[in-house]
Design a protein around this ligand. Structure first.
Ligand code: JFZ
Length: 592
């Protein structure tokens, strides 16, 4: 055979492999986002001009909702565009602020509920390039800068709510009558999404929001459009219509109580608003934010922290300063955030939490122990322990013990007296093989035993039951007396233990609610205890900011000997209330 024929035959056989469009897998699509863990949200638009105040009246709600809250007519709100001139906007400064905090992606409002596009759009002249004296496309400038600085650029887009359009949803003060939502989707949303996914290079994700009553078909058509234009682009949780998206968004500022599997993200504010409000100075501290960043990573999620630039185009200096402090911690400790996975344990330790990478556990310690530090129930062989902040990685003394009688593994670490960091100190534990922990819940070094609702086995008349827990960790709407929760745990130290029943406040974060009065029954080690839930003691929840934990003491249990036990909890009677039993966990503490 001639050489040329062989070449030709070869080309025909491998051609389709070379030129076939590569379909991207879900793992490939999510890779950068899973590695990133930390992103910047930017809520920026015309609402930065009123900044929380309209015609001399202050509106207490979130700033970007002022058009709706003050029922501003479209023609009046449109006047803001004529004043919008953010001459101090500098894309480099925005990206630098995010980078300096350790953030890996930026999600900016390309169009919020007010319907105003922050990019040049041919689909609607109501946009920054065509309707303002500024006349420039800020999304373009930011996208280009992100590309240069290796920052993922993502776009928030309000797909259903559009208060500017007669056919968009939710403006009932200007457009109380019937609307043709499909027409709005076809004439504004799809063309604008096409512009966003065509004119700005690779887009990391489209962050849809507040779907309202978008139908399954309509939501699917938006998903199809994104997939067609940029198959690698991630689709956020709030698309609607029951259509599957690439990850889950928790409620705003809502941090789950324990590890949740799958991909998820917490969108969160730095103060009490997303869009800039001149009088909101209720800033979260960099310490709290840093701790939450670690805790969210340890539960398997991403943190999307918001800034609200002013109408001049500046990120408020307070925000810049706070984020810089989070960045100071990240510069030393980012290895325990980027590319990590959730803790192998499904309980919230009192001392802090754990992230992991292959071969490594990162113990993020909030409350530095004055005596020895113990990690209970880790089965792996430990190779080395050191402080992440220590560049020399000086080995810390440790000892692994195995208690045959209780089938229990314990790791003791000799920590230095001084915590290396006052916000959160990270101890690296190098292990052999994939992280593996005991299945029965272990007694902690302080001899407390923690039984979180989320890790209980729920049963209803002997069958597996679905008891829902809110993202705050409390049982949601639990008023079924036939549901029982059961835990299996180890007791190393015989003796009498005090039962502490922990419930959580719930409700929206502005007005937390709680109700007691439920009768519960605890059965354990052949003993039974009945208790009525009361608010004996309220405690600030280090992990959830808004919802206090509420304690009820529930009698005592005696364990005659060490061993493995079961404890079960049922709710015997409930009160007339709208919330149900917001059970979070039981902790057993030895009576001294
Ligand atoms: C939405 C917007 O209305 C708001 O202006 C902001 O953009 C925020 C990030 O998202 O508000 C929501 C949407 C969903 C929930 C809470 C607030 N939720 O699911 O709890």
């Amino acid at each position: 055979m001639k050489k040329s024929i062989i070449f030709f035959a070869l080309l025909i056989s491998i051609g389709p492999v070379l030129f076939a469009q590569k379909t991207i897998t879900q793992d490939e699509r999510m890779q950068w986002w899973r590695d990133a863990r930390f992103g910047m949200f930017i809520h920026w638009g015309l609402y930065a001009i009123p900044a929380g105040e309209w015609k001399g009246k202050e509106y207490p709600q979130i700033g970007e909702w002022i058009m709706k809250n003050a029922k501003i007519p479209v023609v009046e709100y449109e006047e803001l565009a004529k004043q919008f001139n953010p001459v101090k906007f500098d894309a480099r400064a925005f990206v630098a602020t995010a980078k300096n905090a350790g953030m890996k992606y930026i999600t900016i409002t390309s169009k919020h509920h007010d319907g105003f596009a922050m990019f040049k759009s041919n689909a609607s002249k109501y946009n920054i390039a065509d309707a303002t004296p500024y006349g420039k496309d800020v999304i373009k400038a930011l996208s280009e800068e992100c590309q240069k600085q290796n920052m993922k650029m993502c776009f928030y887009y309000s797909q259903s709510r559009d208060w500017h359009e007669p056919n968009g949803l939710d403006n009932d003060w200007d457009f109380p009558k019937e609307r043709n939502f499909q027409k709005y989707l076809d004439e504004k949303v799809k063309p604008q999404l096409t512009e966003l996914l065509t004119n700005y290079g690779p887009v990391g994700m489209i962050w849809f929001d507040t779907p309202l009553d978008i139908s399954k078909e309509q939501a699917q058509s938006l998903k199809d459009l994104v997939r067609k234009l940029q198959p690698e682009c991630i689709i956020s949780g709030r698309l609607g219509g029951g259509v599957e998206t690439d990850y889950m968004s928790t409620g705003d500022n809502v941090i789950p109580a324990t590890v949740i599997p799958g991909d998820w993200e917490v969108p969160a504010t730095l103060n009490n608003t997303w869009g800039f409000k001149k009088n909101d100075h209720n800033w979260k501290s960099p310490e709290v934010l840093t701790r939450l960043l670690f805790d969210i990573s340890a539960k398997g999620g991403n943190y999307l922290l918001n800034v609200g630039p002013t109408s001049e185009g500046l990120i408020p200096q307070e925000s810049v300063d706070i984020l810089a402090k989070v960045g100071d911690w990240m510069k030393i400790n980012n290895e325990c955030i980027y590319g990590t996975k959730a803790s192998p344990y499904n309980i919230e330790f009192k001392w802090g939490n754990i992230t992991r990478k292959p071969g490594k556990l990162y113990l993020g310690i909030l409350n530095w122990p004055t005596t020895g530090f113990y990690l209970e129930g880790l089965k792996n062989k430990v190779k080395k322990v050191y402080l992440l902040a220590d560049k020399g990685q000086k080995a810390l003394p440790f000892k692994e013990t195995f208690d045959k009688i209780n089938d229990h593994h314990r790791l003791k670490i000799e920590l230095p007296k001084q915590a290396p960091d006052k916000v959160i100190s990270v101890v690296v534990v190098e292990i052999e093989g994939p992280a593996s922990v005991e299945t029965a819940i272990c007694q902690q070094a302080d001899k407390s035993i923690l039984l979180p609702g989320l890790s209980a086995v729920a049963q209803k008349e002997g069958q597996p039951a679905e008891l829902k827990f809110t993202a705050r960790g409390g049982g949601a709407d639990w008023r079924d007396a036939t549901i029982s929760l059961t835990w299996n745990f180890k007791v190393e130290k015989a003796g009498t233990y005090q039962i502490d029943l922990v419930t959580t406040e719930t409700g929206s974060h502005g007005t937390p609610v709680w109700q007691g009065g439920q009768k519960v029954k605890i059965s354990c080690a052949g003993q039974e205890q009945e208790t009525t839930i009361t608010d004996e003691r309220r405690e600030y929840n280090q992990r959830s900011q808004y919802w206090k934990l509420i304690h009820t003491s529930g009698g005592k249990i005696k364990f005659d000997k060490p061993g493995t036990y079961d404890l079960s909890l049922i709710q015997k009677s409930f009160t007339e209330n709208k919330i149900g039993f917001t059970f979070k966990e039981i902790s057993l503490n030895p009576v001294k």
